[in-house]
Design a protein around this ligand. Sequence first.
Ligand code: ADP
Ligand code: MG
Length: 779
Amino acid sequence: FSYLDTAKEKLSAELKEKQDKMMANGSSKAMLSFREKLPAYKKKAEFLKAVADNQVLVVSGETGCGKTTQLPQFILEEEISCLRAADCNIICTQPRRISAISVSARIAAERGEIIGDTVGYQIRLEAKRSAQTRLLFCTTGVVLRQLVQDPDLTGVSHLLVDEIHERGMNEDFLLIILRDLLPHRPDLRVILMSATINAERFSKYFGNAPTIHIPGFTFPVTELYLEDVLEKTHYHIKSEFEQRRRSESKKDPLTELFEEADIDSHYKKYSKLTRQSLEAWSPTKLDLGLVEAVIEYLCRHEGVGAILVFLTGWEEITKLLNNINENSFLGNSSKFRVLPLHGSMSTVNQREIFERPPSNMRQAPSSLVIVLLKIVLATNIAESSITIDDVVYVIDCGKAKETSYDALNKLACLTPSWISKASAHQRRGRAGRVQAGVCYRLYPKIIYDAMPQYQLPEILRTPLQELCLHIKSLQLGTVASFLEKALQPPDPLSVQNAIELLKTIGALDNLEELTPLGRHLCTLPVDPNIGKMLLIGSIFQCLDPALTIASALAHRDPFVLPINRKEEADAARKSFAGDSCSDHIALLKAFEGWKDAKRNGTDKAFCWKNFLSPITLQMMDDMRNQFLDLLANIGFVDKAKGIKASNHYRDDLELVCAVLCAGLYPNVVQCKRRGKRTALYTKEVGKVDIHPASVNAAVHRFPLPYMVYGEKVKTTYIYIRDSTNISDYALLLFGGNLVPSTTGDGIEMLGGYLHFSASESVLNLIKNLRCELDKLLQR
Ligand code: ADP
Ligand code: MG
């Protein structure tokens, strides 16, 4: 004991000495004076006292006040100063990978250290930490997975759960676990951090835990609704065009006319719409032209300052990025830095976001000189977890992609919908960090008035299978009784659906216990269906196609949907599919084509010609590598032998389609002949249609009797979005549980079971094959 104590004392003393030295250093002093100006600093003593005196503390504060970067740091400094560093292990969770990285980098810089020293991060498959690390930023998912090995979080002294106001599913889940854990870990300190939204609710959940509020400062932000925006921009843009017409007679008159007409038509369209009913405002359509017009206006007529644009997703970010860069509607685009900011981005480009353009390159605003500007195109990630200080203008489209789940029809959708008033307020606040700002809301006041106060928590609007699997792997009892303890418990029907699905795909047995497959799926941080596809793909040695298709399903379709060249785009997709009748094979071939083109340096042209998004393909490539590491971790791929060994049958497309069936089951529809056409049926919702963008859209007759699909979406019809035609063999081998049937012929799907009539010998053969497959999963 005494030896251990001495070692600990020594370590604590070393860390203190290092910290003291750092603080005396000049650049740290400059940082310190910056930090002292943050509102969080004024609450430092009060905060540290509350942490010492209470097991749970809730801290709320305006975004940017210093919660994330300062509060964990206060604890760290205090622990080091008081020579307790050896026993201190602070973890701070972040809902997204990108914020875990950027925040830890920031704190390391504030402390004058390199990242991975006393401050580090750990996200899925990526970490920068060392034995010195005392403050670790993790994604919430990482902490949840750590709980599998260490259910009491034994080594952790302080756990800060950040961004709880977002009500993400992982955070809500972690809160249930923590509430149960606290009595067993009296020494553990839990600090919940939230933007100024509904902090009392969390305090109540933890038996009226004390709350600290950090009052923030922001400069005043002018709010403009669409009606004001149009009036303001229209006047200026029109006069700008008139001026240009006079001064630049050389300019191509057609372009000019077009541009002018465009803005005029926007004005007319929107000024009329504002007076119309709410229904005219579909949240699914976002007019990028309008966004562009406002950016153009800002660049030409307003002062210096970064512009932050809130869009709904990757697709729009990419589109707008291309419009600005390629069409360069702002003149010389080299004067602009247009930066995308999206949660699933790779980590490199994120750094640029915080950099301010060198001040000598900024010029005074004038109607003809274009000012060097930073334009950040972001999703709601920039709402609260990432603060870009120099933003002066916010353009808010008022929408965000939101998952929703229809438990009755088992339909999951990811569609843009109107944000809440709380989010709108949050977005607006991003404009007033360094000076007075303006928020351009691209929706009329009546829409704002109709927005809900808060967004529904994620746990109430997403399919729960991943969560249920996680609850099982943590041995937290029955899923239903566990989830009843949530801040806002989900609908029992959603829970039941999730359990049923997990049984159907073979992850849970009839007693709701994890099967060997289920246990593997727990370790793969992806949707269980995608996880199963990866496992089966590696077992059947067509790993490469499985990785590619899984990455597209987990991320997004690499095909872009150009509005005016739809037919050409459809043809490109079809040519990749060949005669496979499969959207999944089309994207597989497209990806492989891109890889080849990349080797020859012709990838840009390849993407252009085939309507593919290079950014998405690159992201898929990154994800493939991540999946590969995950499979190697659990022994399904032998990296030492090279992945060739897992790829013997990579070109056997029939087998690939069977693997797809294993992954996508029970998303199956039967193709039934109806005269010259084929009709598709599912048990839950009856007739469905193939999405018009699918390679199968115009096919009247399919060679094989079933169709597996990735996603069912409900718009005017119920569409299956991406589909693959599969054989009955694939279904018999890789589909759900088999029930021998004496009536009927062939296969029928009923409640997750495949009722199958065949001779005894055929049935036995199939059963034996399935047994062999189960054995392969027991490693
Ligand atoms: P909160 O968590 O309360 O929203 P943060 O702790 O994230 O606030 O940020 C506090 C301040 O620190 C921000 O307003 C910004 O000025 C600064 N800051 C945060 N991250 C960075 C960064 N990566 N680069 C530069 N400044 C940053
Ligand atoms: Mg924060």
